[in-house]
Design a protein. Structure first.
Length: 729
């Protein structure tokens, strides 16, 4: 039912809201809502009276709502699309209701033509201007003229005095009423003046009536008869009643005009307020428009800037793309050249090696012949891995190691040692001459001075190692470990480094042997971060990495721990059990000389302390506290070795015992016993060059192929060497 009215309000841009109120009494509920919300206009529907209309007990509902509405509210009753009644706000006067049923037909038509409109037309007045409101009040003059004519029609004409007074009253009423036409100019006192005129006219009419009655009752009025007197009195009373009715009607209409005037004033003020709001809103919209325009200009400038940047970036990208293509072509050519070089290198290596194996294969018969059938007299030592025999194989002194091949893991160690020593060549790694895979035999070069452990303990009465030799041995062992850790394609960890596995030749040059327990790490570099999980830690007690024992994780720093223990033994020649703690305590107490091996000679205090600190740092319990072997330990040991070599040379020069450089074999780095000239023109010790030529076809110094393997004895150099040895004995 409310949808048509909501649509009508929406078309006229009027905000409409539906409110539902629940109460036992409709009139009281609406009155409370009007008071609470301050509503000063109320339009309600009024039922029309007809033959079939049932009367509501206690009166109509619209009348109840109009009566109970607050005094400041104007109530419009609408019936059949027309204004049925209006209850104006009292503003201090008793509220009255204009009802079209209480008026005569002629007056009601004139009233309706001036003030009554349909509901849709009435609601439009809320959006009209104040001028249209003022124009709607123009029927007030017509109502005034009708009231004057009614007064003239009903006033008696018999007495001149009465006519004069009535006429003056009407004229005064008309004069005062004409002043009320200033409603359009906003004069607020017009309506009240008009009400005063109406009350004065009524008083004048009453006085004239009473005087007329007195005149009629006096003895001078003898002409009229009794009937005429009765007719005159009845007509006068009827005229008085009609005049009173007309005055009441005019009073009601004036109150209605007053209400409409005040409504027009309120709406005019509302319209001016809305006009101000619209102007303010227009100013705000103009400001927003200006802001939008400035933003648009900024955005266009930014777009132009971004376009320029994009063009410059595209140019740079084109240049970069061209450079990248050139670089790609150059890199491709370099890769092709590198691939060709690698292929050429592999081809040359295959040509030089001449076989798949990098070691020589010996027959079991040759092994038995060289060791006199594994004679006990030729036994050099033994251990858990196997037994070592001294032998003479192809006129060369060798050391033959026979592994316990009846155990499966020993076979694994045999293959591991063949793989490690077969592909690595280093001056301080024990040289593998060949092998007999069928019987688990390994053939090494012979080391005359045995192991470092035997020499430190002097088990066979050998002379003690001098301190400068110990400095040099520490550097040689570290360099060999670096070579293992940097092996390609896989790093190698020795896992069993100890003085017993460090061998010395006749010039006390150290070489690491017994790499059967070595492990090839899966990483491709030798960094300390390379780890390998091994659930069965192996090695020798006191030399095994503590973290390796605890976690089973192996890394190159496991060999660093063993190197630290070897350095401490080189300094003290003591057992490794509790050695690190003893040396650290001596350093803290300032009595390091008390734990040093006194048989090594006069130790240089400052350099010895540096070497001791290196050994203690390498022997740290935690792996992360140990220094890097290649980056930190080896440079320091090399500096200490240079210091030791200088001290040794000065000592030999003082004793005239330093051999000339041409007396030293380039391979063995020692004084030659049987110098021979090879096909490359250089002189070598016969034993060393024969071993070299049995495994290689190129020169040790020039790295060029040797077309002839025959050797020529250098008798002149041999005589000089013998003379030098005789002079220095």
């Amino acid at each position: 039912m409310l949808l048509p009215y909501k649509q009508m309000c929406a078309e006229r841009q009027v905000q409409a809201e539906v409110v539902i109120i629940e109460s036992n009494d409709v009139a009281d509920a609406i009155s409370e809502e009007l008071t609470k919300c301050g509503i000063d206009k109320l339009a309600i529907g009024a039922s029309s009276r007809g033959a079939f209309t049932r009367k509501v007990k206690g009166g109509r509902l619209s009348s109840k709502i109009s009566a109970s509405a607050p005094s400041f509210c104007t109530v419009y009753a609408i019936s059949k699309g027309r204004l049925s009644s209006v209850r104006m706000p009292t503003f201090g006067l008793a509220g009255t209701t204009i009802d079209d049923r209480s008026n005569s037909s002629a007056d009601s038509r004139s009233f309706s033509s001036g003030t009554t409109c349909s509901l849709s037309e009435w609601t439009e007045t809320d959006a009209d201007s104040s001028a249209s409101h003022a124009h709607s009040y123009c029927p007030l003059a017509l109502q005034r003229d009708q009231a004057l004519r009614a007064l003239n029609r009903h006033l008696p004409t018999k007495s001149n005095t009465t006519e004069h007074s009535s006429t003056s009253t009407i004229e005064s009423f008309g004069a005062h009423h004409s002043k009320s036409s200033s409603v359009d100019r906003g004069e607020e006192g017009t309506v009240s003046n008009l009400l005063d005129v109406q009350s004065g006219a009524m008083r004048t009419t009453s006085s004239n009536t009473s005087s007329r009655v007195e005149d009629q009752a006096s003895p001078r009025s003898v002409r009229p008869s009794t009937e005429d007197s009765m007719m005159d009195s009845s007509s006068f009373s009827d005229n008085e009643v009609d005049l009173t009715f007309e005055l009441d009607k005019l009073r009601i209409e004036l109150r209605h005009v007053q209400g409409m005037y005040e409504t027009a004033q309120h709406e005019t003020s509302d319209a001016s307020h809305e006009l101000k709001e619209l102007s303010l809103r227009r100013m705000e919209e103009n400001q927003k428009l200006q802001e939008i325009s400035s933003r648009e200009h900024k955005a266009r400038a930014l777009v132009r800037e971004m376009k320029q940047k994009r063009e410059s970036a595209e140019k740079e990208a084109a240049v970069t793309r061209e450079l990248a293509e050139r670089e790609s072509l150059a890199r491709k050519e370099a890769e092709e050249n590198a691939a060709r070089s690698a292929e050429e290198k592999q081809r040359l290596e295959k040509v030089v090696s001449g076989s798949e194996h990098r070691y020589r294969i010996f027959e079991w018969v040759d092994i038995l012949t060289a060791t006199s059938s594994l004679s006990r007299d030729l036994r050099l030592g033994g251990g858990a891995n196997g037994t070592v025999y001294k032998g003479n194989l192809h006129h060369t002194r060798v050391a033959v190691k026979v592994l316990h091949s009846n155990e499966g893991h020993r076979t694994k160690q045999f293959k591991q040692e063949l793989e490690v020593l077969g592909r690595i060549r280093h001056p301080h790694l024990l040289l593998l001459l060949g092998a007999c895979p069928d019987h688990g035999c390994l053939v090494y070069e012979y080391m005359e001075n045995g192991s470092l452990d035997d020499r430190l303990q002097r088990k066979k009465g050998e002379p003690p190692l001098r301190w400068f030799d110990r400095f040099r041995i520490a550097w040689e062992v570290a360099s060999a470990l670096v070579s293992l850790h940097n092996s390609k394609p896989k790093p190698i960890v020795h896992r069993d480094l100890k003085p017993a596995n460090i061998l010395l030749d006749h010039n006390l040059v150290s070489k690491i042997g017994d790499v059967g327990l070595s492990t090839l790490l899966p990483a491709t570099d030798a960094s300390s971060s390379s780890l390998y999980k091994d659930t069965a830690p192996v090695g020798t007690f006191c030399y095994i990495d503590p973290e390796y024992q605890r976690t089973g994780i192996l890394s190159p720093k496991s060999d660093v721990y063993a190197l630290g223990m070897v350095i401490l033994q080189l300094l003290t020649a003591k057992s490794p059990m509790g050695l690190a703690h003893a040396v650290e305590t001596a350093m803290e107490d300032g009595c390091l000389a008390d734990v040093l091996d006194s048989t090594a000679g006069r130790w240089p205090l400052e350099e010895t302390q540096e070497l001791t600190l290196v050994g203690l740092r390498c022997a740290e319990i935690r792996r992360r506290d140990r220094p890097d072997l290649q980056g930190q330990v080896l440079p320091m040991l090399e500096r200490l070795r240079s210091f030791a070599d200088d001290a040794r040379n000065s000592l030999y020069q003082q004793a005239s015992a330093v051999p000339p450089s041409h007396f030293i074999c380039p391979i063995l780095q020692e004084v030659m016993e049987e110098p021979c000239v090879a096909a490359d023109g250089y002189t070598y010790d016969r034993r060393a060059i024969e071993i070299w030529l049995s495994m290689n076809d190129k020169s040790p110094l020039t790295n060029l192929p040797l077309p002839i393997k025959s050797l020529i004895p250098n008798h002149t150099l041999l005589s000089a060497i013998k003379e030098w040895k005789t002079r220095n004995q």
